[in-house]
Write a protein that binds this ligand. Structure first.
Ligand code: PEP
Ligand code: CO
Length: 476
């Protein structure tokens, strides 16, 4: 694949050898990162963004209970994701990570889960077509319950209340009792994650038949776009390809036994470590609460508890990188999180913002390339493009999101690197949280159906339209 030769070229330029493929790496070497580590060594390090529970005994009782409950995901699945991410790093796959900013307990309903899964599969189908390579589907789902906040408190009218930190910690209702962190919510999070995952696994194994029929897709808003003829042509070719495969008796990987993986921000460390278990076969510790865990922009301190926790688990790890990050710090993070340079182990998720990506990304790509670290580069075009409207809605504009994506593709291409994935906050619901897109949602429209518990998400039609545009960027 042409991407490979340009990556080889870039490595030659830096005078580095390519890193190991994951499968070539013996478990003993993967385990070396765990020798001075155990699931609780993070407790010796400063931990940002943790709630203060008023009853430590109740907190520890919940953690002990969690530690006895069965895994939600298994090492064999986690390793399969690692292999697929290694392939994405080499340009052989493309990663779609997406879902709610903050998953809510109340969204653990059949329709919500089906809606979320359906939009993720539809987008992945369009991307597969554009990228001409399999798409790794990674939901922000079944555990995306903890949120970092820029302030510990929030002023609502005359009241100063603890900030909402995600359903696993407190309740968004603006009352003191609701906002007080309650450790029992961790158990509820575990059970609802298990329920969500069971529902998603069942729906996938039963087959998402309606995806075959593009006529059943919700495209009415997109039909208003001046680019609809281009999108329709993509859909027609996609439908033909699926029909052809069907008539040959080929079960499409996208619609048949789909690989679907879960991910969430590994923020609430007590919870994460209670779900961390030693795999008796390999001797490695895995976080068995999600296939992939990521470290957020606010908690990626080199000497912090989140990096300490993540350095020891065998799961693939994502790291969010904002525009102020120092490339040297990124190299030090890579050295800590992936000293053995295992391919697929680390995904660098850049979230620079449309206005800053040009200044911040090229230098960093170059430094990482020269380090020989086999990272997967992903672009989160959401978190660097948030603004607050005059009506006090947090929003993001479709054009800014697309603009950052276009810049990312170009910057990687110019550097002989390859953008291996994208990271979206998106929903299958018909919300009005992001402006723009074919329906031309304006600032004034946002109040109509603004439902997010945290950051604004692309709605179903904005997600599909973004997928069509992305599929074109992937083909360029
Ligand atoms: C998020 O992904 O919801 C998030 C908080 O992102 P970041 O850490 O990049 O701000
Ligand atoms: Co968010």
């Amino acid at each position: 694949m042409s991407n490979n030769s340009s990556i080889d070229h870039a490595l030659q330029r830096c005078n580095r050898k390519p890193a190991y493929a994951t499968t070539e790496k013996p478990n003993t070497e993967r385990a070396m990162n765990q020798t001075t580590w155990n699931p609780t060594t993070w407790e010796q390090f400063p931990a940002k963004q943790q709630p203060q529970y008023s009853d430590p005994a109740a907190y520890h009782t919940v953690l002990q209970h969690l530690a006895t409950l069965p895994p939600l995901v298994f090492p064999g699945e986690i390793d399969r994701l690692l292999v697929q991410l290694a392939q994405a790093g080499r340009g052989e796959r493309f990663v779609l990570q997406g879902g709610d900013c903050a998953e809510q307990f109340s969204a653990c309903r059949h329709e919500s889960i089906a809606g979320q899964l359906k939009i993720l599969l539809q987008v992945s189908l369009i991307l597969t077509y554009g990228a001409r390579r399999p798409v790794v589907r990674l939901g922000r789902i079944a555990g995306q319950y903890a949120k970092p906040r820029s302030s510990d408190t929030e002023k609502i009218g005359d009241l100063t209340l603890p900030s909402y930190r995600g359903d696993i910690i407190n309740d968004p209702t603006p009352e003191l009792l609701a906002r007080t962190p309650n450790p029992k919510r961790m158990l509820q999070a575990y059970y609802l994650a298990a329920t969500t995952l069971n529902c998603a696994r069942g729906m996938i194994s039963a087959g998402f038949a309606d995806l075959h029929n593009a006529a059943a897709w919700n495209l009415s808003e997109i039909e208003n776009s001046s680019r609809w003829p281009e999108y329709r042509a993509i859909l027609e070719r996609l439908s033909d390809a699926l029909a052809f495969m069907g008539s040959c008796g080929v079960r499409s990987d996208t619609l048949g036994s789909v690989d679907f993986f879960t991910s969430h921000e590994g923020l609430l460390l007590g919870f994460e470590s209670a779900l961390t278990r030693k795999d008796p076969q390999s001797g490695l510790y895995y976080n068995m609460g999600a296939h992939m865990i990521w470290i957020g922009e606010r908690t990626r301190q080199l000497d912090g508890a989140h990096v300490e926790y993540c350095r020891g688990i065998a799961n693939p790890i994502g790291v969010k990188l904002g525009p102020k990050v120092d490339p040297q710090e990124v190299l030090e993070l890579l050295a800590k999180l992936n000293p053995q340079k295992v391919a697929g182990k680390v995904t660098l998720i850049t979230r620079m913002g449309r206005d800053q990506v040009e200044a911040a990304l090229p230098g960093m790509v170059n430094r990482v390339q020269c380090s020989g670290h086999p990272v997967v580069w992903s672009c989160d075009p959401m978190h660097g493009n948030t603004r607050v409207t005059a009506g006090s809605h947090k929003t993001r504009d479709f054009g800014d999101i697309l603009g950052e994506l276009e810049a990312c593709f170009r910057i990687h291409r110019e550097a002989g690197s390859s953008l291996g994935g994208v990271h979206f906050e998106m929903t299958g619901d018909n919300v009005t949280e992001c402006t723009g897109g074919a329906a031309q949602v304006t600032d004034e429209d946002l109040g109509r159906n603004y439902l997010t518990a945290c950051d604004p998400r692309l709605n179903a039609s904005q997600s599909l339209e973004m997928a069509f545009l992305l599929s074109q960027l992937l083909r360029d």
